[in-house]
Design a protein around this ligand. Structure first.
Ligand SMILES: NC(=O)c1ccc[n+]([C@@H]2O[C@H](COP(=O)([O-])OP(=O)(O)OC[C@H]3O[C@@H](n4cnc5c(N)ncnc54)[C@H](OP(=O)(O)O)[C@@H]3O)[C@@H](O)[C@H]2O)c1
Length: 283
């Protein structure tokens, strides 16, 4: 296995086969709309969705064919399973008779291992496990992909190409997926937590809530862009704002005194451990 940390940006133009998305909830619809925006023709996409009103809505909104799961699994080259982890066993049992060696199953379910999926489907079907995150909704997602045991470079490249339609993609060995879940999977929640805290602080300091929100959101967006576009280490960028004896130094001193850095480490260890426990429960 040759896992790398190479990252793929949006815009990969690898030629697509037929792709089925089974489970078009929040993440499934995000992927579906991203693939269409990235130029995949609606005719190359199939959706499996069990509720008929939801199926009609997706057909009307995106012009894609919505078919029973088993038909989708039979027709597609790549079958993307995007149901809740607790529904995965039932879905795999339903489609297993229609899967064949050479097809690719891509799972976006948190904590579901490739070995769990492989044990529910025919021998020789390739499996790729993905941990996406919600900024995929605005094409700024971060997805980490890991290969199962029957996966070749072409399968990994296809999974990468799918996920690149909603953001960036990195390849990791599967044993790192619990850490990925703790960092980028849950990561947006930590950032929103910090944003909430800063907005509240602005209100405490006497700013109108709308002004405080505008200041904080743009500061977060601008800081993220600065990190990405300069490629500088965050310490360098933080030091640029921190004059000796100045206002930022006074604030950072308080963050250090309150052990915020240590709290982040403990929080992410807890998320990693929870992810590991959930994965052990599923396999
Ligand atoms: N949302 C996130 O931030 C996020 C981040 C990382 C990973 N994920 C992963 O993405 C997966 C989906 O999450 P989600 O937030 O998109 O959940 P969701 O909104 O509940 O979507 C799941 C969809 O699957 C449908 N479904 C369930 N069983 C099905 C079946 N047998 N055949 C076809 N469709 C079926 C559900 O329909 P009903 O509503 O009718 O049951 C629902 O529309 C999860 O495994 C999660 O771990 C999500």
């Amino acid at each position: 296995m040759t896992d790398t940390t190479e990252t793929t940006g949006t815009g990969d133009t690898r030629s697509p086969g037929q792709v089925a998305i089974l489970g078009a909830g929040v993440m499934g619809e995000t992927l579906l709309s991203g693939l269409l925006r990235a130029g995949r023709p609606a005719a190359s996409l199939l959706v499996g969705e069990k509720r008929s009103e939801r199926a009609a809505e997706l057909h009307e909104r995106y012009g894609v064919e919505v078919v029973p799961n088993r038909d989708a699994a039979r027709k597609a080259d790549t079958v993307v399973v995007v149901v809740k982890p607790q529904d995965m066993g039932d879905l795999l049992a339903e489609i297993a008779p229609d899967l064949r060696a050479g097809q690719l199953v891509v799972s976006l379910a948190a904590g579901i291992t490739t070995s769990f999926i492989e044990s529910h489907i025919p021998e020789g079907v390739a499996v790729v496990r993905v941990m996406p995150n919600t900024p995929a909704l605005v094409d700024e997602g971060m997805a980490a992909i890991s290969r199962g045991s029957h996966c070749d470079e072409g399968h990994l490249a296809e999974a990468e190409s799918l996920l690149a339609s909603t953001g960036r993609v990195v390849r990791v060995p599967e044993k790192q997926q619990d850490a990925v879940t703790a960092i980028s999977g849950s990561g947006p929640a930590y950032i929103f937590f910090v944003v909430e805290a800063m907005i509240e602080a602005g209100v405490h300091l006497g700013l109108p809530r709308t002004t405080s929100t505008e200041l904080v959101v743009q500061t977060v967006v601008g800081s993220a862009k600065l990190l990405r576009e300069t490629g500088e280490h965050p310490t360098v960028l933080r030091e640029q704002v921190t004059s000796p004896g100045g206002t930022t130094a006074a604030a950072v001193r308080q963050l250090e005194d309150h052990k915020v850095r240590a709290a982040f480490l403990t929080a992410m260890e807890a998320a990693r451990d929870r992810s590991r426990a959930l994965a052990e429960g599923s396999s």
